[in-house]
Each structure stands twice: as C-alpha cells, then as structure tokens.
Design a protein around this ligand. Structure first.
Ligand code: SF4
Length: 90
C-alpha cells in the first residue's frame, strides 16, 4: 500500500451552480462547461484529504466522493449516497 488514499469525486448536477470553485482548485479534475455545469474529468483522482477539502469548498455542496478508494477494484456504480439538493439555489 502506498499510503496516499486516492478517491474519485463526483458532481451532483442538480446542486452544481457552476461557480467554478472546483475548477479553480483542481483544473485537471473539474471542467465547468458552457452551461455552467461542472464535470469530473474521466479517470481523474484526488487524495482523500483533497477530496474532503473540495467538498468543503464547493458552495453548493455538489461535490462528493464517488465510491471507495480507487485501490478497490470493486467499483460499485450503484452506490447512490443520497445527495439532496434541498437548499441549493439555482
Ligand atoms: S464548486 Fe461546486 S457549485 Fe461550483 S462548479 Fe464546482 S461543483 Fe459546481
């Protein structure tokens, strides 16, 4: 084990407000498109610590960790952690 625990992150499209904070912090991981929607670059990973920071910095709470550590081959896309966009303003 290498110590650094890398994870994938994902963006909840219903919560994202396209502010671009994520893209500013991690331009290799996030891209905000013309419609103001952030996307995660396919295959990109960040350390678990960085992921928590990104989650904390997203003003709309749209970012979350996607599944478990990428070291785990049992990548289960059915893992839907309920990301309620209840109070996210458009
Ligand atoms: S920081 Fe959050 S709200 Fe802003 S573009 Fe990224 S995911 Fe969307």
């Amino acid at each position: 084990m290498s110590g650094a625990d890398n994870v994938r992150v994902k963006v909840n499209p219903e919560a994202c407000m396209g502010i671009g904070q994520c893209e500013m912090l991690e331009p290799d991981v996030f891209i905000v498109d013309d419609e103001g929607m952030a996307h995660v670059v396919e295959g990109s990973v960040v350390t678990n610590e960085r992921a928590l920071e990104l989650i904390d910095r997203c003003p709309s709470g749209a970012i979350s960790i996607d599944g478990n550590s990428v070291d785990d081959p049992a990548d289960d896309p059915a893992d839907n952690s309920a990301d309620d966009a209840s109070d996210a303003a458009g």
